[in-house]
Design a protein. Sequence first.
Length: 214
Amino acid sequence: MSQPTLTLWSDSDFFSPYVMSVYVALQEKGLPFSLKTVNLDLGEHLQAGWRGYAATRRVPLLEVDDFVLSESSAIAEYLDERFAPPEWERLYPHDPQKRALTRQIQAWLRSDLGPIREERPTSVIFAGEKKAPLTEAGRKSAAKLFDTASALLAHGRPNLFGEWCLADTDLALMLNRLVFSGDAVPELLADYAAFQWQRASVQRYVALSAKRAG
Ligand SMILES: N[C@@H](CCC(=O)N[C@@H](CS)C(=O)NCC(=O)O)C(=O)O
């Protein structure tokens, strides 16, 4: 079967944690893809001529030949099904329970913890921005993140479920919003996030973001 042509659309700042998740997914699969950007500040994603306009008008957007898909976790699941083992690396664990938990963590990180996302935007990670101390809501949200992540990582191993999975990258990003801001983060979680951040696929995305800033 010939390889499809893949195009990932990102915001032009490379600040989107959801674009990062798909970028890492493509890198981990070893799939060649081209990267294109839309400037969200200029509203380019709201122009009818943009490929994602008929989808959700948001990034990430993945083009696979003529097929267009948005929503980062839907994209990752599609990639894992279409480019499946044994030929391709896994993004989601093989075990059904672990796979379901991976999806649970991804859905949770995308729908809860709003105060952390608001008070600690990814510009603190990718552009070194400094923010005011967390509000009461931010502190509550951080405490919930710490409790949940500590329970998931109570086994003391470097990945959530033995082998790396995409939720490791997503969870590390959420924790790093706080780590990079100088907020107090439990040592086990800070170490986990630092370990995950060293992954080559993650570092490639960080480098993209740094190039934009430079
Ligand atoms: N749940 C979506 C979130 C995507 C999202 O919020 N994208 C933002 C950039 S981080 C965006 O495109 N914002 C522009 C808009 O909503 O108008 C996913 O996981 O892909």
